[in-house]
Structures are given as C-alpha cells and as structure tokens.
Design a protein. Structure first.
Length: 424
C-alpha cells in the first residue's frame, strides 16, 4: 500500500489504527498547511502589534474579544428570569477535557439563589450520634481532596431521545448538559465520621437552599465512598451557577443528585421520596415498570470535531476527528470511530491519563475523500459497558422517556461539507 493511500476504516483493530496513523502523519501537517509564498512585503512590514504599545490587562482575565461568542446556550429562551433554566455547554468549541468554569452547563429548577457565604450553614442531623452545624469558615479548615470528574444531567440529549426526526442542531444544543471540572472539597466521610452514625442509618436526604428546596435521597454507602462537599471548581471558588458557596458532588451519578447550595444532610433509614426523585427523575421502561434511583450515568461519547451545523473548510483532505468519552461507572477502555455509519470501525487514540468518571479525549486522523460520510463514535468502559444504537435504546424505554440517553451520536458530512445530526 502506498503512503499516499488512506485505507477505509475496518474492524481489524490495531494494525488498522497504525495504518490510519501512518497515513495521518504522512499527510497531516503538509496537507493542512496552505502553501507559503514569500511575499515581497514580508521582510519590510512587521505586524502592528510589534510596533505599538499593548492594551492594559484586567484584574480578572477574560477570553479574547474575538472568542466571546463562545457562550452557553440557554433553554428556554428567557432564562435570565427566575425559575427553570438549562444552560448548555458549547462542547463543539472546546478541545481539552476541562470545561472552563464560565462554560459549565447548568440546570436550575428555581433560579439562582443569592447566598451570603458568611451566613450560610450546613447541618448534619437525623440518625447521627451528634448533630453538627458548620459555617463556611469551619468547613474550609478541613483537609480537602482534588478530583477531576464529569457532571451530566440525566436529561442530557433529550432531543435525540424524543424527537422523531433528528434535529439539525449544534453538539452543545443537542448534548451540552455535560461538563468536566476539577472539584476540590471535603470528603463527606470525614464529616460523618465526626457526627457518628446510628445503626439504622442507611440513606441521606440532601437539600439545597434554593427556592423549591431541591432535595434528593442518596444511599449512605455511596456518599461515604466518594461523596464530596465541593467548595472549589477548577481552582477557584464555585461559580453561583454551580452552587456557591457549597454543593454536594457525587461522581458518576446523574447531575440532579449533586445538590447545589447545599444546607442540610439528614441521615435516615429510607429514602424520602422527594418530588425531585418521585415526580421528576424517575423513568418509565418499555414494559411499564418505573425505574427509580437509577443513579449512574452510563458510558457515552460524542464527536466534537466535526459536529452538527459546522461546515468542513475544504471539500476534502486531512481532518482530525476528535471527541469526548465518559462513563459514570469508571474509566474509558476504548473508543471506536466509524466514518461509514457504523459498518466498519477503527480504534481511536485516547489522550492523556484516562481518569475515572471523567472526560477522556479521543482522536482519529481522517483523510476525507469529499464524499458523503456518516461519523459515529462508540465508547466502551473498563466494565465492558458500551453504547447502544438509538433503536436499541428506544426499545428499552417507554415512548416519552428521555433520561439517561446514551445512544451513539451520528453526524452526516455532506459532499457540500455541511455536518448534520442524523439517526443511524
Ligand atoms: N439546589 C439545587 N441543586 C441542583 C439543581 C437545582 O435546581 N437546585 N439542579 C440539579 C440538576 S437537574 C443538575 S443536572 C445539576 C447541574 O449542576 P450544574 O448546574 O452545576 O451543572 O445540579 C443539580 N443540583
Ligand atoms: Mo439535571
């Protein structure tokens, strides 16, 4: 096989991947770079920025003026008003695994409460030996841990789950209710250790200090294992959207249980069946049964580059397919990518350290021949869990169910270079 020939992906595994990479490297930079012509003016003129004084910097940095169009997108359309709002993260404009704090998705059922940190308190009570009360000053003195984890709303990708025809939207609009941050805070086990637990203690009801008193019941064992009181997000104190001054954070669990503006943990012997877990966030299966307390977010992946509503800048040539994979059960073990709608697959490269219940970056070099192609990714986690097709997912749940949607996302690349959401 000549070096200039890029083989179509198939499922032969590692050798195929090497062929992809060889092809990618051989043609990579050279075929993306435009040819450089030595303009006569090149030696004469310096860019203006080199011959004048720069602008003043700001006390708190901001993205470049030309990047400020990269923003969260709100749904419904008047989210600035109080009440229920979803802000989706523009995943298609990000390239790492950490979501910048200002672009973290957000869901609030009752608007953003304004909380004075010096008056905020956390109470631990119920089936404990010694009820405790903490102010922020006291909490900040505990030893803290740093953990990089994704957070995903159970309702992420609802449009793909519900809409009978694929909506032509951006990735952020379709699946942007997921983000990944470094969270820093106090493990809950430290505090329960101090309060002590009565023999009957089995569940914990976590309540937020926002209007509507958002509350969820969680198994005590899960909280003791890796529940965290998060105080910092990506190195700075939590943003108001993320629950300032204090939130519960449960890695791998549906976002809804990570109660923001946390002010109360009540230890009980059974779930409280709050409105947020019996009315909302339960799901009807195809056989009519109700799935309750389905905490874990399953394995999922999305191709971020290229993705919905983008246009390929050139009608053929080298492109790096890039995406994100994550699983609420553990680490990502592999991601496969198809360019022919799922007929053949090639293993993608996983970047960096693959972290537990965190975003993992994957890439695959792709030589596009300019013909219609359907790009898909399929992630598998270390437990061997993998993503269903949309049809398989729909078969499991009742018609109107939309939570925990993790079917493979497909993008059609048209011969005109337009990229569009499709069901495959
Ligand atoms: N107190 C409180 N906690 C809450 C919510 C809320 O409305 N109030 N929304 C929940 C939902 S539905 C999700 S998906 C996550 C979103 O967290 P984020 O806004 O930090 O992304 O917070 C959860 N915690
Ligand atoms: Mo959510």
């Amino acid at each position: 096989m000549g070096k200039d020939r890029v083989p179509a992906p198939d499922n032969r595994g590692a050798p195929q991947r090497r062929a992809f990479l060889r092809a990618g490297l051989a043609i990579g930079t050279a075929s993306v770079a435009g040819s450089l012509r030595a303009e006569p003016s090149l030696g004469a003129g310096m860019p203006g920025s080199m011959t004048s004084l720069g602008a003043a910097d700001l006390p708190y940095g901001r993205p470049a003026a030309t990047e400020q169009a990269v923003q969260r997108v709100a749904h419904p359309t008047a989210p600035q008003t109080a009440g229920f709002a979803i802000w989706r993260s523009p995943l298609q404009s990000q390239r790492g695994i950490i979501t910048p704090s200002g672009l973290h998705f957000s869901v609030h059922h009752n608007g953003l409460p304004v909380i004075a940190p010096e008056r905020h308190e956390l109470m631990i009570h119920g089936l404990v030996k010694r009820p405790l009360r903490f102010d922020l000053e006291r909490l900040m003195r505990y030893p803290m841990v740093n953990r990089i984890h994704f957070l995903e709303c159970a309702g992420n990708s609802a449009a793909n789950a519900l809409s009978p025809t694929a909506r032509n939207d951006t990735l952020g609009d379709l699946a942007g209710e997921v983000s990944c941050s470094e969270w820093t805070g106090v493990p809950l086990s430290y505090l329960f250790n101090e309060s002590g637990l009565q023999d009957r203690a089995k569940w914990v009801v976590a309540e937020g200090a926002d209007g509507g008193s958002h509350a969820r019941s969680l198994p005590l064992s899960a909280l003791l294992k890796d529940g965290m009181l998060a105080l910092y997000q990506n190195g700075e104190r939590l943003r108001p959207s993320q629950g300032y001054p204090l939130r519960l954070f449960m890695p791998g669990f549906e976002g809804n249980v990570s109660v923001k503006w946390l002010h109360r943990l009540e230890v009980t012997d059974q779930p409280a069946y709050t409105k947020d877990e019996s009315g909302l966030y339960t799901q009807v299966l195809a056989n009519g049964q109700i799935e309750r307390f389905a905490f874990h977010m399953d394995v999922k992946s999305v191709i971020t580059h290229p993705s919905g509503r983008q246009t390929m800048p050139e009608p053929r040539g080298f492109y790096e397919i890039a995406g994100l994979a994550w699983s609420g059960h553990g680490r990502i073990a592999k991601v496969e990518v198809s360019t022919d709608g799922g007929t053949t697959w090639a293993p993608a490269l996983l970047h960096g350290q693959v972290l537990d219940r965190a975003f993992t970056r994957f890439t695959l070099p792709w030589q596009w021949d300019g013909k219609k192609a359907t790009l898909m990714s399929r992630a598998t986690d270390e437990l061997g869990r993998t993503q269903p097709t949309r049809t398989e997912w729909k078969r499991k749940y009742a018609m109107q169910s939309f939570h925990h949607y993790n079917a493979m996302q497909a993008w059609r690349v048209g011969s005109d270079g337009r990229v569009e959401n499709v069901y495959a």
